[in-house]
Design a protein around this ligand. Structure first.
Ligand code: AMP
Ligand code: MN
Ligand code: MN
Ligand code: MN
Length: 292
């Protein structure tokens, strides 16, 4: 399919969830990294979008911002993330769901803190809230606290020893269902994308079951190109996109400046898939211009 050669990053986080950069900093970095189209997809929150959009217009940044969100869902007792792109962030149905999720995040944070207190790590709820600075509370905020206390060496270790699935401070998630997330995204005019399908540690059989159900529910796309990905994984996800007739998305899932992950740093999609942006209005416009 003949499309523009714009550089897309359709998955990123700001301080509105567990990212380290402010929305204003994130959009500037996207431009520095030659990203043309950026989606901000904070966990269960759209609070970073306004600042990002204002910065783009005030600083006249050459960047197209896609309104996004990454909704936490639970499927067979497993956390699954559904990205919504081109949503209306002010849509009532969507905001109602996000408010419920935010409220649940607070409850869950208290449960995590109680488990950590049982292990002798006190005050973690207050600290996580402080790290979150009034935005949604994430396990990543607890992880930062554990690192700063010197209990673990890095964030990854905090998940491996305390916060990850099956670890002593883990709580079985009670997020909304995939169906509720897809419905809210569609109600808000967006497209629903299964985020990072290979990052859930599912067996091949269970992953196909997830893809099957996501299709039946009305899911539109899956992420095919991600950061830190082998060629084999890229081809496998492209194959799934074709097989299940999903559009293909790509995104770095950027949270902070690190060694391997950066804004815009993803492999191009394979040519056999249909990019999720194939019918986005400015793509259609640029094809018309090129045609004439
Ligand atoms: P939550 O949405 O509160 O359950 O927190 C999950 C977030 O923690 C994810 O979005 C990641 O950003 C982060 N996370 C999960 N597992 C790890 C890990 N092993 N190492 C570093 N960050 C992680
Ligand atoms: Mn995260
Ligand atoms: Mn995710
Ligand atoms: Mn993410």
């Amino acid at each position: 399919m003949e499309l523009s050669t714009r550089r897309y990053d359709l998955h990123s986080h700001t301080t509105a969830s567990d990212g380290m950069l402010l929305p204003a900093e994130l959009v500037k970095r996207a431009v520095d990294n030659c990203v043309d189209v950026l989606a901000i997809t904070d966990h269960d929150s759209t609070a970073g979008l306004e600042e990002a959009r204002n910065t783009i217009s005030q600083d006249k940044l050459p960047l197209i911002l896609i309104n996004g969100v990454e909704i936490s869902t639970v499927w067979k007792n497993q956390g699954i993330h559904i990205v919504g792109l081109n949503i209306d962030p002010n849509h009532d149905h969507l905001q109602q769901l996000l408010r419920k999720q935010t409220e649940y995040r607070r409850e869950r944070a208290q449960e995590i803190a109680a488990k950590l207190a049982g292990l002798g790590i006190v005050d973690s709820y207050q600290k996580a809230e402080q790290y979150a600075q009034g935005e949604i509370v994430s396990r990543a905020h607890f992880a930062r606290y554990l690192v700063d206390l010197g209990i673990v060496k890095d964030i990854n270790k905090a998940f491996k020893r305390y916060l990850g699935k099956g670890k002593p401070a883990y709580i079985s998630p009670r997020w909304c269902s995939i169906t509720e997330a897809v419905e809210a995204i569609h109600a808000a005019g967006g497209v629903a994308v299964l985020a990072h399908p290979t990052r859930y540690d599912l067996t091949a059989t269970k992953l196909r079951k997830l893809l099957d159900e996501f299709k039946q529910i009305g899911g539109d796309a899956i992420e095919v190109s991600q950061s830190r990905q082998s060629r084999d994984e890229l081809y496998m996800l492209a194959k799934y996109a074709l097989q299940y007739e999903f559009l293909a998305s790509q995104g770095s899932d950027f949270h902070s400046i690190g060694q391997y992950v950066d804004l815009g740093k993803v492999e191009p999609l394979t040519e056999n898939v249909t990019p999720i942006w194939y019918n986005w209005s400015y793509e259609r416009d640029s094809i018309r211009i090129e045609d004439t």
